[in-house]
Design a protein around this ligand. Structure first.
Ligand SMILES: [Zn+2]
Ligand SMILES: [Zn+2]
Length: 132
């Protein structure tokens, strides 16, 4: 019995999930790859992508549909709102109440069964605003 290959997969996924959960910066797969490599020096970017896809299918991470070139991931799967800097592309959480009433309104006006909603604000972050 050789438990190595399946265990290694699980371990990689675990480390990816652990590191993502620690971060509040909504990293891209590339960002996360850089961080995870400190613990798993041989992990490839393809492995990080594959595991992130898997984790998001399982609902353990949130694959964000933010504007901008790169897909970002969030270890916090409880619904919350985001704000994206239109200058540097940074994404932060917005600490405000999630408006469940939006889903009722959307349901009534669309006839859909509404499962969820996401909100992304756009703005200029304090760092970028300070530079101008
Ligand atoms: Zn910025
Ligand atoms: Zn977030």
């Amino acid at each position: 019995m050789n438990p190595k290959p399946p265990h290694r997969m699980t371990r990689q996924r675990q480390v990816i999930l652990e590191e993502l959960t620690k971060l509040t910066c909504h990293p891209t797969a590339e960002d996360l790859h850089r961080i995870v490599r400190e613990r798993l020096p041989r992990i490839s970017i393809a492995t990080v992508y594959r595991n992130l896809e898997l984790l998001s299918e399982q609902g353990q991470v949130w694959k964000m549909s933010v504007g901008g070139a790169q897909r970002r991931f969030d270890g916090n799967t409880v619904n919350h709102y985001h704000i994206r800097c239109s200058v540097c592309g940074r994404v932060d959480d917005v600490h405000m109440e999630v408006m469940a009433s939006l889903e009722e309104t959307a349901k009534h006006s669309s006839g859909y069964q509404v499962m969820s909603h996401t909100v992304e604000f756009t703005g200029i972050c304090p760092d970028c605003a300070g530079k101008s």
